[in-house]
Design a protein around this ligand. Sequence first.
Ligand code: PEP
Length: 257
Amino acid sequence: MRRPLIAANWKMNLNLPQMRDLVKAIADAILARKLSDACDVALCPPSIYLFPMAKAVQGTAIRIGAQNLFQEKNGAFTGELSAEMVHETGAVFCILGHSERRHTIAHLEDDWMINRKARACRRAGLTPILCVGETISQRLAGETLDVLTFQLTAALIDNRPQKPDDLVVAYEPVWAIGTGQNATPQQAQEAHAHLRNTLRTLIGTAADGVRILYGGSVKPDNAAAIFTQPDVDGGLIGGASLKAESFIGIISAAASH
Ligand code: PEP
């Protein structure tokens, strides 16, 4: 039985007082509604806020993650953060391979770089939230499942998780992120089942314990239908994680399945 995880990707949004208010509202709701009995929650702020957010969640059930890191341990890499530095803040997760880093931001990360970042996570004791997903042209060309196989397999070369908690996968169709156009529950389930089967060929039965999140325009009103799919184990939430009411609505949907 996999415990759902709802992870917030705040991207480059909010300021410190807004983040503190949001953490308090989320923590209060989790406590009042006993949501942590049935669901894990993580918040991924911009890196400069990792320390204050790790402090803000102390004594709550909320955990913290980074949005990115650099693969090397130390050295002349101006502006970058190592996995060890991220870990030292109190973060336990790190989003890797987000579509904005694969396709939008000038860095244009490829699968080899994402593999090295995933290995850096393992070295430092962080759990990667590994994002995979097809573009709209790949979907229209019927390539979705091949893209998912490739991205997942590439990230795990020489880097097999030893136990289910060593990895979280997030299926994030690129065409659904920030567009308001979510995948249907059936499309999500097809992709998630394929990812789990691919994981089984890579790591055996441990794949059955790995959480596979759906991400892409999840809102309180579509969350329940997606989260009830058998291979969907929660969500990676962008826009709707910036407001307490919508994020708490999504956590509640995950906790009630
Ligand atoms: C994301 O950026 O990971 C994401 C899922 O964004 P949104 O929920 O806004 O589509």
